[in-house]
Design a protein around this ligand. Structure first.
Ligand code: ATP
Ligand code: MG
Length: 411
């Protein structure tokens, strides 16, 4: 049976030759459409009539998003590069294209790769190149998440990253809040452009390697880097799931610990969920939660905060059942809940959300005000405060190091 294929080749002359050669010979492929651009290609792929496409590396608007839509439509990809164009080949491979050929490879070779990419090859046959090495490094990813109502996600994420770095762990803090990131302000960084958007864009173009990520992440100190967030909430479409996943992969290779300040929401947009190609605001948050090694769920220690936390934990269990979040109850204080606040909060979470273990962080407005006013971390501004000390212990556990290890000063 002949494999139905698409073409999206930019060089018109060469495209006609290739099409003629593929169609005339007995190469086991049939061209069902010659696409003129990416939009045409995606439309043709979505009809389900083709199993593979041969496309040029320099096809305009070819990025990770397009390739994941082709993958979702079960269309295998063969990329063509100018002979000797190493940069183009590298970019295609970075984007996940496994079958890359020089454009002068000849119709028979192209057809053979199309058959492999289309998934009808002998399963025992090796691919034309060995698969790319696993990109994930050994670094750990911690997602800091929680319900609406500003329970203290950013406060916890910034402090955990800073304290882990002070404990000697090379750390990257990523502000991935799609409802407007404020990490740059909290750290007193003058930020012209969001690092997280630049990193996601570079990944989408197949241009994000570990060195590029290191360039885009601002160094607060040699062990503490920051990818600043989208200060304008309406820029959320710049953080799509696939590029966010790519950024996390590179982050694992760059540092031992990546801490991500997430948005609060995990709901799916019901009306849009029938169309997998439509961007969803919470897609980036869900991706971070899925990819993370540890999810920290932050809630506020008052009746409203606990009710929201219980609700959020149940939503999380519905959407991503495999995740066992580590629950941190912040702003713990007497007065707002009766009796012993820690015991009351722990009891409520055990009864209503089956949470067996919580960490608590004390309410300390004065300490945070001092830090915020100077654009400093708690470790710099108020090192002896109980809130800071509780956060140091939490950071050590999340980073997997002893709380007393390593240098404790900003270097
Ligand atoms: N332990 C604490 N004691 C006192 N105030 C706190 C504590 N933790 C956080 N806050 C304050 O609560 C407010 C909200 O904190 P933060 O910005 O960290 O929350 P968030 O969950 O990231 O909110 P958002 O939804 O805006 O992203 C800030 O003013 C912060 O200083
Ligand atoms: Mg926040």
């Amino acid at each position: 049976m002949s494999l139905p294929v698409l073409t999206a080749v930019t060089d018109a002359e060469w495209e006609s030759e290739l099409v003629a050669a593929l169609d005339s010979g007995d190469h086991g492929v049939t061209i069902v459409r010659r696409c003129v651009d990416v939009a045409d290609l995606l439309a043709a792929a979505s009809t389900g009539t083709a199993r593979a496409v041969v496309l040029s590396a320099d096809l305009r608007r070819l990025d990770r998003e397009v390739l994941s839509r082709l993958q979702a439509a079960r269309v295998g990809v063969v990329g063509l590069v100018e002979p000797g164009d190493v940069a183009a080949e590298h970019r295609l491979r970075q984007l996940g294209v496994r079958h890359v050929l020089p454009s002068d490879a000849g119709a028979a070779v192209v057809a053979e790769s199309l058959v492999r990419a289309g998934g009808v090859a002998d399963p025992d046959e090796p691919p034309d190149k060995p698969p790319e090495p696993e990109l994930s490094g050994p670094g750990r990813v911690v997602a800091v998440w929680g319900p609406t109502g500003a329970p203290g996600r950013t406060t916890v994420a910034v402090a955990v990253a800073d304290e882990a770095a002070r404990l000697g762990v090379p750390t990257l803090l990523i502000d991935a809040d799609v409802y407007g990131g404020v990490v740059a302000q909290v750290l007193g960084i003058l930020d012209e452009s969001p690092g997280v958007a630049a990193a996601a864009r570079a990944d989408n173009q197949g241009e994000l390697d570990v060195a590029a990520l290191a360039r885009l992440a601002r160094a607060v100190n040699p062990r503490f880097r920051v990818l600043t967030g989208l200060s304008r909430a309406d820029r959320w479409p710049e953080l799509r799931p696939d590029p966010v996943r790519g950024v996390l992969e590179r982050a694992r290779a760059l540092v031992a610990l990546t801490v991500v300040d997430c948005g609060f929401c995990v709901e799916e947009d019901e009306e849009l969920s029938f169309d997998t190609a439509v961007p969803r605001r919470n897609g980036a948050t869900l991706t971070v939660l899925e990819e993370a090694d540890i999810v920290v769920a932050v809630g506020a220690a008052d009746p409203v905060g606990i009710q929201r936390l219980v609700r959020a934990l149940s939503d999380l269990a519905d959407r991503l059942p495999g995740i066992q979040p580590r629950v941190v109850v912040n702003k713990l204080r007497a007065g707002v809940v009766p009796g012993d606040p820690a015991g009351e909060v722990a009891g409520a979470l055990r009864r209503f959300a089956a949470v067996q273990r919580i960490d608590t962080l004390p309410y300390d407005r004065a300490a945070l005000d001092r830090a915020l006013a100077g654009g400093l971390t708690l470790g710099e501004a108020v090192p002896s405060s109980p809130l800071r000390q509780a956060l140091t212990r939490l950071a050590a556990e999340l980073a997997g190091v002893p709380a007393e290890a390593g240098p404790r000063r900003r270097s």
